[in-house]
Design a protein around this ligand. Sequence first.
Ligand code: BEZ
Ligand code: MG
Length: 547
Amino acid sequence: MKSVAKNANDERDAKVFALYEQLVEIEQRLIPTGLHVFGRASSAGEKIDLLKMIASFDRPEAGVRALPEDLVDEAVREFVSAGTDAAVRFLEQKGLIPAETRPVFVLLETVSTKLQTNNELDSLVRALRGEFIEPGPGADIIQNPDILPTGRNTHAINPYGVPSAAAFTRSEAVANSLLSRYKHENGRYPEAMALVLWGLDNIKTQGEGVAQALWLLGTRPVRDALNRTTNVEAIPLAQLGRPRIDVVMTVSGIFRDLFSPTVQLLDKAVRLVAQLDEPLESNYVRKHVLQQVEHDACDLDDAAVRVFSNAPGNYGTNVNFMVMDSQWEREETLGDLFVTRKCFAYGRDSKGLAIEGREARVAMDRALARVEATYQNIDTFEIGLTDVDHYFEYLGGVSKAVEKRAKARPAIYLSDSLSRDVKIRTLEETVRLETRAKTLNPKWYEGMLKHGFRGVAEIENHVSNTFGWSATADAVDDWIYSEVANTFLFDESMLERLRDLNPHSAHSLVQRLLEANGRGYWDVEDSVLEKLRDISRSLEDQLEGVA
Ligand code: BEZ
Ligand code: MG
């Protein structure tokens, strides 16, 4: 009896603890509370949030140690209200050594000053006059505070420096966590994965996504005499301690254009691994390439194509447009469109001939048919899964394409390389977290509503982007749509505000919810649908009256 009670208590405690962890996770997430207004410096509240995040990361290159998690909030508030000395003293009272905490506040002082200046309007006017605009790095503010002040001419990156040594080192833990999460859930490693690589993300992180792909393949970058990353070498299996994963990479058009040497590097890595004389159970690239050579009677060159993008000069998947316009009947059309747009191969064959956007639909179909997990690295606090339609057009699009070709839905993961410790989440977990931290969070939507018309459009966008995850990956729980309806439409005063500010977006929001139900993504009582239809009709009357 006693042990049953103890088990029940343990179980209860574990559940309460898991709930606590989830609440803390949502609470600690930095959310943008409003849109950036061109030319306007950040408000005091925004400044504190940013400084807290900046102070939460070790920056060995600047001799800065992160502040302890439980003190960062109070310490930064002390810093903002009373300055560096006061903040250092506050931490000293908590037992921290001043010489160790001072550097972080020196950094915060610089950031704080730069946040107060905003040269955006001035720079724009000078640019329009054809004057020189100082260059500045393009990055995420948390990852690289040197992006401040804004209003400079963003320069990108030297593609030959990618991945940087730091990005490569950091990415080992991400690749390992990703594989161990899959293994934990499936009892073995995935034989093949599909990765999405974007240009801007790899600029910001100096190639984290690229480095993760190299790790999965079990390779490392090699620099030439000019310190350019032009080659790769295999990490020995004994050192790797796991099989080499077959990696199918879909790179954006921007990545293809900016990172041409990197595209070559990734292709080279796949071809190198395919030719290693290793047991097939430890080298899934070789296993699959040999299978394909035998099965399709094709040559090794064709069977080893793994880097895909748009046709030269083309960008995007159009999956987002098809979803937004409701112009589709069957989900598989979305995956097929993804492949149609992205089935152009890049790299170099064994004779040294460049493959520059050769249409390779069959090769892509074959490669995707083996994929068991899809993945994208998330590296910014500012833009997440439901903020833009690009995540679902890419990661959703490729996952839907895999589902048809592999005849099974892949496991879908995202990393959060921003947290203090690397986090790998499933798509479903990430959609829930984003929904709680943003769409349904009063701090977020009130911040948006301050922007009036545009703010309502942003709320509607978030709901549509969430819907995109239903369409491409069936990754949205019913409660999410129900809570969207409760928060924005069934609360009368909120509905009034939306109606006043932007009846067009309010109407689109209702229509999107009805579409979610119509397509089978939201199971809800008829009475709720009736209420939605009433609201829709009254918004239509209002819009006709306006017209
Ligand atoms: C990119 O940086 O590659 C990218 C940016 C926006 C949408 C898709 C891709
Ligand atoms: Mg469902």
